[in-house]
Design a protein around this ligand. Structure first.
Ligand SMILES: [Zn+2]
Ligand SMILES: [Zn+2]
Length: 345
């Protein structure tokens, strides 16, 4: 690599000492390299072109030039923000290479093989796992049911936050770690038993793997099994973006917002799950007020025939309502006012 030694380009250095850069030389190096690429292209020396381009991509001078461009843009960003009464927090503002990336709100945003990806931040994942490990350590005697009811909401909450990122690998890692923790937890409980016996007692073989489970009862005292939620089994969803300048108050865009709400709603529940099927069955509308289920209000799931009257948890007996609509429904039922429910319930 004669070029690197001779021109001092292609050095992958840190841009720590911003002010000591000799800009004259940096610009000259970049210009020089560009000219060489041009000449090689003219002479159809494709191999040379490729290696010069590689050199350009890795070159310290070129990176420095690009950062200079960003620095040049900064005042414009500041102007744009100040028009809106905002300003950049100088302590938190950093310029980083896309391949180095940065952390933001628990996500790591970085370029991988030319693609910008948003992944869960490693430290946050480890902290969460540590939290769970500590909990297990301090609760060696709780029943598997209590354990699942404690961990599942945590796992689902996590999923809701990270499902819009590129989290598949991290989710698998997370599941794997939880599995190991649970296995250790059960082994500690039965130090004298054989491993196989312990495994069979607490884990059940399901779709190719051993799943931690607990036996419990449903509302009608029928036995049922619950399982630990696995993040990697939940499909990753992409965020549904708002188109251009679309405003929810524009009446001509009613159709657009409706279909966006449905698309958004479809990411709320796992496709094919019970809650998803219920929503699909009611066409993503609230039967009480006829508005879209996902108009921003909270949602409750309601029993059409109440449990105390023998109503079941079957899909046909369940319906999603806005929280307010739900409360109104029960209020009318209780107080003997005219029923709000549709006639075909
Ligand atoms: Zn409603
Ligand atoms: Zn209800």
């Amino acid at each position: 690599m004669k070029d690197r030694a001779k021109y001092g380009i292609g050095v992958k250095g840190q841009l720590d000492d911003w002010f000591s850069i000799n800009w004259k030389i940096v610009k000259k190096r970049v210009r020089n390299l560009r000219q060489r690429i041009y000449r090689a292209t003219q002479n159809r020396q494709h191999n040379k072109v490729r290696s010069f381009m590689k050199l350009m991509l890795r070159s310290f001078s070129n990176t420095a030039r690009k950062i200079e461009d960003i620095d040049f843009i900064k005042p414009y960003i500041e102007g744009w923000l100040s028009n809106r009464g905002l300003e950049l927090n100088q302590d938190k503002t950093r310029i980083v290479n896309v391949e180095t990336g940065f952390n933001f709100l628990g996500f790591n945003i970085r370029q991988h093989n030319g693609k910008c990806l948003t992944k869960p931040q490693k430290e946050k994942v480890l902290v969460k796992l540590k939290e769970i490990r500590e909990w297990l350590k301090h609760h060696p005697d709780v029943s598997p049911e209590v354990l699942i009811n404690k961990l599942n909401p945590i796992i689902r909450g996590w999923d809701n936050y990270y499902r819009f990122g590129v989290s598949k690998q991290v989710f698998s890692f997370f599941d794997d770690q939880i599995w190991r923790m649970l296995y250790k937890w059960v082994l500690r409980r039965h130090g004298k038993r054989r491993k196989k016996w312990v495994l069979r007692k607490y884990f059940r073989r399901l779709s190719g793997g051993w799943k931690f489970f607990a036996l419990t009862q449903d509302r009608r005292s029928k036995p049922k099994s619950i399982y630990i939620t696995e993040l990697s089994k939940i499909p990753i969803q992409r965020h549904v973006k708002v188109k251009g300048f679309a405003s929810p108050d524009d009446p001509t865009l009613h159709k657009y917002w409706h279909s966006r709400s449905t698309r958004y709603g479809k990411t709320r529940w796992i496709k094919g799950s019970k809650l998803y099927l219920i929503a699909e069955q009611q066409n993503w509308l609230c039967p009480i007020c006829s508005e879209h289920l996902f108009n921003g209000e909270e949602i409750d799931t309601h029993h059409i025939q109440s449990v105390k009257d023998g109503g079941t948890d079957n899909i046909n007996n369940l319906v999603h309502l806005h929280k307010v609509c739900h409360q109104a429904t029960h209020y009318c039922r209780r107080s003997g006012k005219p029923r709000l429910e549709p006639d075909d319930w």
